[in-house]
Write a protein that binds this ligand. Structure first.
Ligand SMILES: *[C@@H]1O[C@H](CO)[C@@H](O)[C@H](O)[C@H]1NC(C)=O
Ligand SMILES: *[C@@H]1O[C@H](CO)[C@@H](O)[C@H](O)[C@H]1NC(C)=O
Length: 189
């Protein structure tokens, strides 16, 4: 009887231990590490100083897994898009339906902002091709906007800088997606 209890007890201990080891292993595996932030921010074509500025300045990132990190950057970007969109409307003397200096960028920023919801839906559905396409869409919207801004005299430097930083966030999103979520190594160099 004693032997029986002992055996059951140690089996239970073993199972609990296994469960614990297993889940802590999974947690360590999933949470974003400093090394991985370093990997993301030192990829070719990424503005490292800006990337570290965004990712290191936020202590909560240490508690995130990759899909949550992706959403964090996506929301950060959407916030910047919406803030800058407000500035465009204020400084262009914007009235709905009336052409203004910044009409094209205002339209593009509106689309870029709307992309967030579609991206979240595709991410939840694990449709990574569509997530990737939408990230590229935002990047393209920003390029079209800066192309337009660069023809103005004088070039509105504030909006150029903001749009370029929003482009950077799209590139960071693409790296997180391809290297750590969809893990398509052919797109992650
Ligand atoms: C990188 O981002 C910083 C802002 O953190 C900016 O001042 C700098 O001009 C950017 N560099 C390039 C090459 O875009
Ligand atoms: C982007 O948004 C974050 C927080 O939402 C803010 O702290 C940061 O200053 C913004 N950056 C730019 C370039 O607008």
């Amino acid at each position: 009887m004693v032997a029986y209890v002992d055996k059951n007890f140690s089996l239970a201990c073993f199972l609990v231990l296994l469960l614990f080891v297993d889940s802590s292993y999974a947690r360590f595996n999933m949470l974003v590490t400093k090394d991985q932030i370093h990997t993301i921010c030192t990829k070719q074509d990424i503005n490292s100083s800006y990337c570290f500025q965004v990712l290191n300045a936020n202590p909560e990132i240490a508690r995130l897994d990759f899909p949550s990190l992706f959403k964090f950057v996506l929301n950060y970007q959407a916030q910047n898009i919406s803030d800058t969109l407000k500035q465009f409307k204020l400084s262009g003397g914007y009235t709905p339906g009336v052409e203004s200096q910044y009409s094209l960028c205002i339209k593009l920023y509106g689309w870029a902002f709307d992309n967030r919801d579609s991206i979240l839906r595709y991410l939840a559905a694990k449709d990574y091709n569509s997530v990737s396409t939408m990230i590229g869409g935002t990047l393209e919207d920003m390029f079209t906007c800066t192309d337009d801004l660069s023809t103005m005299k004088p070039v509105p430097q504030f909006f150029m800088t903001e749009s370029n930083l929003i482009k950077e966030l799209s590139k960071i999103l693409a790296v997180i997606l391809e290297c750590f979520i969809s893990k398509r190594k052919e797109f992650c160099n």
